[in-house]
Design a protein around this ligand. Structure first.
Ligand SMILES: Cc1cc2nc3c(=O)[nH]c(=O)nc-3n(C[C@H](O)[C@H](O)[C@H](O)COP(=O)(O)OP(=O)(O)OC[C@H]3O[C@@H](n4cnc5c(N)ncnc54)[C@H](O)[C@@H]3O)c2cc1C
Length: 488
């Protein structure tokens, strides 16, 4: 019988980071992952000489992130170098109100230089007075302390932004950024989450990548668990959480039990509670709350391998004033009323790390749009087709340089992440939606009502955008579990 201090289900960024941090504290850890590699939704895959993520992945903030803390604490920074390209590595394609595509190029870490301000005026068609209002918006964000930000958990981001009376194109740019960061409607996103993320972005920039593939950090964390005497198994699906005498006692994998004093699940709060442990082990009100949690949207699009450099920047958002989504616009989209340009987020991993392709000069790119988290949603085909039409218009030569083109959507996301435990969920790009009522003090506690069972990753324990949130949760849950084990 194998006995561990901690058993972690899933090696996404939440699971891999909490496992490594607890191993670092001297605990005996088992880390079990159902797919072939660590990294979850940002897993790096190798196929025919190309290494790429299954879905787009870049780190925000670029500097001063939870990822920097993670590799420093574990002493693994030299095994998984980070890269933030210099120069104008970001670009925007903005369709203005006159129907003209405007293009600009900027650094990933904004400096506020005269050139950047002039570019913004020319691209977005805004004035000096508009830029002053924008400066007031960011000035207020930078001036708030954490307690003042936390007090905004129940204020909508869009509502908070309204008093700065920003020009429409600036609203479009900020809201497009927020949609991309959180994958939820901007009017339902809490102002607190917005302010933390934009503060991080102003101070630390947007657009970090990890050499060898974004998921490499999770892989090194998983190896670290083994190096510290722990167990790391891939292609190992946890079928059940063992419950004995009213507490989590381990997990069951293919006919084998792994016993542990504590179980931490990165498999999603709904699959963990409703399927792996079973609703019967939790109070009815908790089960009801977990069942009713709303997922973030999914992201669908194309993964491209191109035989030529088509995209001339690492990050390229494509948008108009109609593209960003509040709840009304999103609901309209579900009913078939589409914006002139669906919000497209293009990221180009090979611009960060040219070594991702064995063939010099080949380009790897993701072109992505939003769709519901429902793995059965019929919207995926239309969303992808509308994305492709805009890409064709802006980069007409792309179609002649395709080596591989792989469409993906909610179904593919679920296969790299969580099982469907509630209808309409499973393909969420992030985790439970970061909307008012599900964030800050209203976010589910990482400590579940079943003693010995914790949730890690984007469903509990952290804040921030995407993988940054997952690693934030990894740190917070590691501290929580270590303290609980010590006091037991
Ligand atoms: C298309 C797309 C684009 C994105 N772009 C970005 C981006 O640019 N930047 C960013 O920071 N974030 C991005 N995100 C979001 C980011 O990927 C997620 O927020 C983050 O990876 C979630 O991490 P997690 O640890 O919560 O869980 P996950 O990544 O979902 O990991 C869960 C892990 O648990 C495993 N698992 C589940 N069930 C079991 C089981 N029963 N037994 C064993 N293992 C199990 C899964 O295989 C998986 O490895 C994007 C997501 C998508 C889909």
């Amino acid at each position: 019988m194998e006995e561990f201090d901690v058993c972690v289900i899933g090696a996404g960024f939440g699971g891999a980071s909490v496992a490594a941090l607890l191993a670092h504290r001297g605990l005996k850890v088992a880390l079990l992952e159902k797919t072939a590699r660590a990294g979850g939704k940002t897993q790096t895959t190798e196929r025919k000489g190309y290494r790429f993520e299954m879905f787009g992945a870049v780190g925000i903030p670029a500097y001063n992130s939870r990822f920097h803390e993670l590799v420093d604490v574990l002493g693994i920074a030299d095994r998984t170098p980070f890269v933030v390209p210099e120069g104008d590595a970001a670009s925007i394609r903005y369709l203005n109100k006159d129907g003209v595509w405007k293009v600009s190029y900027n650094p990933l870490v904004a400096t506020g230089s005269e050139k950047e301000m002039a570019d913004m005026k020319a691209t977005l068609g805004v004035t000096d007075a508009d830029l002053e209002a924008l400066a007031a918006f960011y000035g207020e964000i930078l001036s708030l302390d954490n307690a003042a930000i936390d007090a905004l958990d129940n204020t909508g981001a869009f509502e908070w932004m309204a008093r700065f009376d920003l020009a429409a194109p600036l609203v479009s740019q900020i809201c497009m950024n927020l949609n991309t960061l959180f994958v939820v409607a901007v009017d339902r996103l809490p102002a607190s989450e917005m302010i933390y993320a934009l503060r991080d972005q102003v101070l630390g920039g947007a657009g970090r990548y990890h050499i060898g593939g974004y998921g490499h950090v999770a892989e090194v964390c998983a190896e670290y668990v083994q190096e510290r005497g722990g167990l790391y198994l891939t292609k190992t699906r946890v079928q059940e959480i063992l419950v004995e005498d009213g507490r989590a006692a381990g997990v069951r994998i293919d006919g084998r039990d792994i016993r542990a004093r504590t179980v931490i699940s990165n498999a999603g709060i709904q699959p963990t509670v409703l399927k792996l442990a079973g609703a019967r082990h939790f109070p009815a009100a908790y089960v009801e709350r977990v069942t009713s949690l709303e997922p973030s949207w999914a992201i669908c699009g194309f993964r491209y391998v191109l035989d030529k450099r088509i995209f001339d920047a690492a990050l390229i958002p494509v948008f108009s004033d109609e593209s960003w989504l509040d709840e009304k616009r999103y609901q309209d989209m579900l009913k078939g009323k589409w914006p002139n340009v669906p919000l497209i987020a293009i990221d180009v991993p090979s611009e960060f790390d040219p070594g991702l392709s064995d063939v010099p000069g080949h380009q790897l790119a993701n072109c992505q749009v939003f769709m519901p988290a429902d793995t059965e949603s019929a919207l995926v085909d239309e969303a992808i087709a509308r994305c492709e039409a805009v890409i064709d218009e802006l980069w007409p030569e792309l179609k002649d340089h395709i080596v591989r083109k792989e469409p993906y959507g909610a179904k593919q996301i679920a296969s790299m992440s969580r099982d469907v435990a509630v209808p309409g969920c499973g393909g969420e790009a992030v985790g439970i939606a970061q909307v008012i009522g599900q964030c800050g003090r209203s976010k589910p506690d990482a400590r579940t009502p079943l003693p010995g069972l914790y949730i890690v990753g984007c469903d509990a324990g952290g804040k921030g955008a995407g993988t940054h949130q997952a690693v934030d949760s990894g740190f917070n849950v590691a501290a929580m579990v270590a303290a609980d084990l010590e006091s037991a």
